[in-house]
Design a protein around this ligand. Structure first.
Ligand SMILES: *Cc1c(COP(=O)(O)O)cnc(C)c1O
Length: 452
């Protein structure tokens, strides 16, 4: 573990809510229960929820519910509110834009903020080659468009995704996503020409990066063939799949193979992007320069926005009118993104993510030393996972994981689970969380594990 001097969290985020865990009712309290009853009557059953609360305010490191409980937020709405919830600069930019105009459709009447977001993405994404960007509404939509662009450019069709990969819930992205339950079961048929290769998963495969890459490339060459392959898409660190960090050398070998074989390498940085991993983009941690990169989640401080950014010659392969959408690059979301990117670049958030990572890793590895059920602690920056196993067999322990997560939420700490085997708790705090609150959240996790 790298030692980093503890520095106070930057003065970031939201309404000036007291930065404390405060439980004034059991979770859920009566008002939250009322909303949840209305939810189950009015909202489709397929739309689940993790924390049974009615959120009414959020900022710094807390989410406040309708009953007056203040919960520690270790999830950032799935790595979205990285700059902090309702960051003052984001709020000001959104308020100014929403009073000016809310929509023209960029494909009808272009505006500055869309172009400014594209310019910023072209500048801050890895590589100093000429780049272009296109904006969309959601991560899944960005992934769909990256695949469209790669197919158009290469005039090939096949796409390779990886074991444990997650790329979204639309039809093409369900095909790319690995896990059947809950993402795919019953929702087929899925898009064609999608193939799956084995990932480097050091905790479970024990392979070096080079050997894992050899194995993946062999599957790709034998089962797909470079002549048919338009793109390889991979999360540099897997998100939903369990924060799996590939062994050193795995990603560079894949990029190299793609270069030699006329295959577009797409890094899906929707979860890992924007300072989350202690680098602006996780690709930098592995020394790779993707041809295309998809972004969303952290990009706009909570407003819906997504992008594909990449080599200009690839991005320009599509005829005019082939890319876009009614809302893609909405001016309010773009104003929020311009403000958020300014915060990422100028408020020390990369360093803050490294500090948060050092706290998380330090606390969790100390816990692991005392408890063999905590099989693996991994990740980078403010994207750290704890994988829970049966202490005797090393088998994934989803029941233990669910029990720990449930009791954390009951005690006022929002944690998210993930992993193909459902046995990972992922820590994705907003970077505006004060250190003391992060420590308190981890105290609650430790107590939940001890009593599980
Ligand atoms: C969340 C996520 C997506 C899908 O993004 P949505 O905005 O939910 O459509 C795609 N890829 C990765 C890596 C993600 O984490």
């Amino acid at each position: 573990m790298t030692t980093i001097d503890t520095v106070a969290a930057p003065p970031l985020g939201g309404p000036s809510l007291p930065q404390e865990r405060r439980l004034v009712t059991s979770i859920p309290g009566p008002r939250s229960q009322e909303l949840l009853a209305r939810k189950s009557a009015a909202v489709a059953a397929g739309v689940g929820h993790t924390a049974p609360i009615e959120a009414v305010a959020a900022g710094g490191g807390v989410i406040v519910d309708a009953d007056g409980n203040s919960l520690i937020d270790l999830g950032s709405g799935i790595a979205v509110t990285t700059v902090g919830n309702a960051h003052p600069k984001v709020v000001a930019a959104v308020q100014a834009q929403v009073a000016q105009f809310t929509h023209t459709c960029f494909m009808i009447s272009p505006y500055d903020s869309y172009v400014s977001v594209a310019e910023a993405l072209n500048r801050i994404t890895p590589g100093d080659h000429e780049k272009k960007s296109a904006l969309f509404n959601s991560g899944a939509e960005a992934v769909e468009n990256a695949i469209k662009i790669a197919r158009k450019f290469t005039k090939k069709q096949a796409v390779v995704a990886f074991d444990h990969g997650y790329h979204g819930r639309t039809n093409l992205t369900m095909a790319l996503t690995a896990k059947a339950m809950p993402y795919k079961s019953g929702f087929g048929p899925f898009a064609g020409e999608i193939y799956r290769a084995p990932l480097s998963y050091p905790f479970r495969d024990g392979l070096s990066g080079a050997d894992a890459a050899k194995k993946a490339i062999s599957v790709i060459e034998k089962q797909v063939g470079a002549d048919n392959l338009a793109a390889v898409i991979i999360e540099p660190i897997q998100g939903e799949g369990g924060f799996i960090v590939p062994a050193d050398g795995f990603l560079p070998a894949l990029v190299e193979w793609c270069r030699q074989n006329g295959v577009v390498f797409i890094a899906d940085e929707i979860q890992t992007g924007f300072a989350r991993t202690g680098a602006m983009f996780a690709s930098e941690l592995f020394g790779i320069v993707p041809d295309l990169i998809t972004t969303a989640k952290g990009i706009a401080g909570g407003l819906p926005l997504a992008a594909v950014t990449g080599r200009a010659e690839i991005m320009d392969a599509s005829h005019a009118g082939g890319l876009g959408g009614t809302y893609g690059g909405n001016p309010v979301a773009c104003a929020a993104a311009v403000a958020s990117i300014d915060v990422f670049e100028h408020e020390g958030l990369i360093e803050r993510a490294q500090q948060v990572g050092a706290i998380l890793t330090g606390r969790l590895t100390a816990l692991q030393a005392e408890d063999p059920r905590l099989g693996d602690v991994r990740g980078h920056g403010a994207m750290i996972a704890a994988e829970f196993v049966n202490a005797q067999t090393g088998e994934p322990d989803a029941a233990l994981t669910a029990a720990v997560a449930k009791s954390c939420i009951a005690e006022g700490v929002i944690v998210l689970t993930c992993g193909t085997y459902g046995n990972v708790i992922r820590f994705l705090p907003p970077l505006s969380i004060p250190d003391a609150l992060l420590h308190e959240g981890l105290d609650v996790v430790a107590a939940a594990l001890a009593s599980a």
